[in-house]
Design a protein around this ligand. Structure first.
Ligand SMILES: [Zn+2]
Ligand SMILES: [Zn+2]
Length: 121
């Protein structure tokens, strides 16, 4: 601990660090997701909703898949995107991250110094 001068965070899904992406959102337990991955997941999500054919409802051989960010189980969410390793993110968290990003884009574009609203869900 405390050996690194500057802590670097990596997206748990694509592996990019905070300098390579615009925004990194932290989940509990050291999982991170970047804005690029969120954008990607959202597109996939829309496509899947549009197609809506054979949704895989097979049980993943004993794996208790749940969202690494909110902890909801796979069957409780519309969709769960699984990244490399053990990380997953559900469609609800994706939507939430999209909102956060869009809000920040607005804030940065208006260049408001001064009041900064607390983010509520
Ligand atoms: Zn990423
Ligand atoms: Zn979630």
């Amino acid at each position: 601990m405390m050996k690194r001068k500057r802590s670097t965070y990596h997206c748990s899904f694509c592996g990019k660090n905070q300098d390579q992406v615009r925004r990194l959102i932290a989940g509990p337990g050291g999982v991170y997701v970047c804005d690029e991955c969120i954008g990607l997941f959202r597109v996939q999500d829309d496509q899947e909703r549009a197609e809506h054919d054979t949704v895989l409802s097979t049980k993943e051989s004993g794996l208790a898949l749940k969202c690494s960010f909110c902890g909801k189980k796979r069957e409780k969410v519309q969709r769960l995107v699984t990244g490399p390793g053990q990380v997953s993110i559900c469609s609800e968290c994706i939507d939430l991250c999209v909102e956060i990003f869009e809000e920040e884009v607005k804030l940065s574009s208006t260049c408001n110094t001064g009041q900064r609203n607390k983010r509520e869900r």
